[in-house]
Design a protein around this ligand. Sequence first.
Ligand SMILES: N[C@@H](CCC(=O)N[C@@H](CS)C(=O)NCC(=O)O)C(=O)O
Length: 216
Amino acid sequence: MILYGSSMSPFVRKVLAFASEKGIELESRPVGVGDTNPEFRAASPFGKMPALVDGDFGLADSSAIIHYLEALHPDPAMIPADPRARGRVIWFEEFADTILMGCGAKMFFNRVVAPLFLKRDGDLQLADKAEQHELPPILDYLERVVPAAGFLVADRLTLADIAVASPLVNFGHMQVAIDPERYPRVAAFAERIHSRPSFAPLIARERAFLERAKAA
Ligand SMILES: N[C@@H](CCC(=O)N[C@@H](CS)C(=O)NCC(=O)O)C(=O)O
């Protein structure tokens, strides 16, 4: 199976980490924002990453891809069957994709993607406003729901942990530290999940890539 997209995208990283935790091999084909690679464009009708190609079948949305992979390879189950646990897992994924990254994207796009990769100025005021006003209540919420140890749902690793941890990598790439004094649980959670073999090599590669892009 081929996965198009750069792991710098939290949606791509979520799928790569999810597949890695399940022992599914994906052939990663990095593409950038606005990439005109014809195979990628054929796989992703709106040019969004990630896009998956599995033979004659394709999907271009991280959640759709994750549900497909979970159905193809049910073990280890990362989306619980228990109704409440499943509901919580899907909530955390939605929260991560739309609320946490809704804020993070304003910061990451304008501070990193626009200047480094699109070679144009980002809207730094928008980024600063998001960091000052949008981010604190989101992290306050997370601090209330993240456990002091272990995982978000069902006392085991699920999609919820992967989904929430993924955008937190982007904050790290922008040197927006999760203050361990104010958010001790969130900071420890990020450290716990980011040190897993499903995340750590991706993060190291992304950091090196960003350093090279800054130096260029
Ligand atoms: N809901 C989609 C969101 C994907 C998405 O917005 N990806 C961004 C990168 S983080 C993208 O491809 N942006 C390029 C564009 O909008 O042209 C998913 O979960 O896959």
